[in-house]
Design a protein around this ligand. Structure first.
Ligand SMILES: Nc1nc2c(c(=O)[nH]1)N[C@H]1C(S)=C(S)[C@@H](COP(=O)(O)O)O[C@H]1N2
Ligand SMILES: [Mo]
Length: 413
């Protein structure tokens, strides 16, 4: 007999069984609110009240996001930042990849673009994009992070505001070692200069060892041609090295005995460590951040899944620990497999919030045994004149009694 089906609306309270079993389905608003919310949004978006009554638009030539989802990069005049709090795992959609350019995005016709490899080589050679695509291709997932990726100062800051200058893509291209074998490298060569064809003519020198290790020239990002903002038609990819060295719109590589000491490696991208200035700090140290809950999210008492990302420029991460008591005790988070080298790794931690004000934090240890420092430890290690580069401090979120979440800004002095 078909009796009246009893349906219970998920109200945001997670059942005890779910909490114990670790499986869940969540709605954040009570039923009434939820319906009103959906309805008003649908009306504004010009959608039919009942989608089962009117056929929707047919197939298109380019996909687009649901009108209910509006993640955006936050631009300043020199960069725009990835909305890390809106992402659900570790791949950054290409249109949300952070951008940092020193003189804007050039428009480059791939038919006219050439990459010259010269200097201490057997035979200087030029490669077009079409030439590069004939070499064996390789695909690798890794992050790119700007060396200046840290901001603090006020409580109302999102992960995007604090460290949105890191993004991750699946990159495809050719190993730099393959091209270097093609031109033949002089045994005297120890470094190579990389130069971009933007108005900044960005130049950096990189140790040759990186080319024999894992450097690539990439022309694709998440399955499509690399975006203009990321260096179309080709960029240098140096997994784990500071973003600045990953030269976009790459047009020239010159092999040399010594580094060129360009402006970017002498006056910029250097920072004080005690009474010395550190130059050529290639690898980005291990870092993590909780992206949920984070400002401006709000949590309710009971089950809260803490989520975030952790990464290291020196290899794989080994573990992420989460503290829900202001850093007094730490417990291991679960890492999403596969854990890749020099890649953002997603972590999760099941928490039962008792409704009391607290602070939640994460800290990562990478496979070299390096533990992510606090800001205080960074300042102790580098001295009071700490600069803006290579800052990777533990980030804390305050959970207020009303469930609101605020960044815990710490002073640099
Ligand atoms: N040619 C060129 N390459 C460049 C830059 C630039 O301005 N010009 N900016 C660098 C800096 S500072 C960073 S952090 C990364 C940013 O890469 P993205 O814009 O793809 O995120 O590119 C680097 N490569
Ligand atoms: Mo950067």
């Amino acid at each position: 007999m078909a009796g009246k089906e009893k349906i219970k609306q998920q109200t945001g309270k997670i059942s005890r069984r779910t909490l114990l079993g670790g499986v869940l389905a969540v709605a954040v608003l009570p039923v009434g609110d939820l319906l009103a919310f959906e309805d008003s949004k649908a009306r504004r978006a010009g959608l039919a009240d009942d989608p089962t009554k009117v056929p929707g638009p047919g197939p298109g030539t380019l996909g687009k996001r649901s009108p209910f989802e509006n993640p955006v990069k936050k631009p300043s005049d020199i960069s725009s930042r990835t909305p890390l709090q809106d992402l659900h795992s570790t791949i950054t959609p290409a249109d949300l990849h952070f951008e940092r350019h020193h003189a804007g995005v050039p428009t480059i016709d791939p038919a006219k673009h050439e990459l010259l490899i010269h200097g201490l080589v057997g035979t200087a050679m030029k490669f077009t994009l079409a030439d590069l695509k004939k070499f064996p291709s390789v695909t690798r997932t890794c992050f790119i992070e700007c060396a200046g990726n840290f901001r603090t100062g006020k409580e109302e800051m999102t992960p995007q505001d604090i460290l949105g200058l890191t993004s991750q893509s699946e990159w495809t291209g050719v190993m730099l070692s393959v091209l270097f074998n093609e031109v033949g490298i002089d045994p005297q060569a120890k470094w190579f200069l990389a130069e971009g064809s933007d108005a900044a003519v960005m130049t950096r020198t990189i140790p040759l060892a990186k080319a024999w290790d894992d450097a690539m020239i990439v022309y694709a990002q998440n399955g499509e041609a690399i975006r203009p903002e990321q260096g179309y038609p080709m960029r240098l990819l140096l997994p784990g090295f500071e973003g600045n060295m990953n030269i976009k719109w790459l047009r020239r590589l010159k092999l040399s005995e010594e580094p060129y000491m360009t402006r970017e490696e002498t006056s910029k991208y250097t920072y004080p460590v005690k009474d010395k200035i550190r130059m050529f700090s290639f690898e980005l140290d291990a870092r993590s951040i909780i992206t949920y809950p984070s400002y401006p999210a709000r949590v309710a008492r009971g089950y809260v899944q803490i989520r975030g990302i952790a990464w290291s420029g020196r290899g794989k991460i080994d573990q992420v620990e989460v503290s829900t008591d202001k850093g007094e005790s730490w417990q291991k988070a679960v890492l999403q497999e596969p854990v890749l080298s020099k890649a953002h790794t997603y972590f999760r931690f099941d928490w039962n919030w008792n409704g009391e004000a607290t602070e939640i934090l994460s800290r990562v240890t990478d496979e070299t045994g390096y533990l992510q420092p606090t800001l205080k430890q960074l300042i102790e290690a580098r001295g009071p004149n700490i600069g803006g580069y290579h800052m990777n401090p533990v980030t804390a979120w305050q959970i207020k009694q009303d469930g609101s979440v605020l960044f815990k800004p710490e002073s640099l002095k």
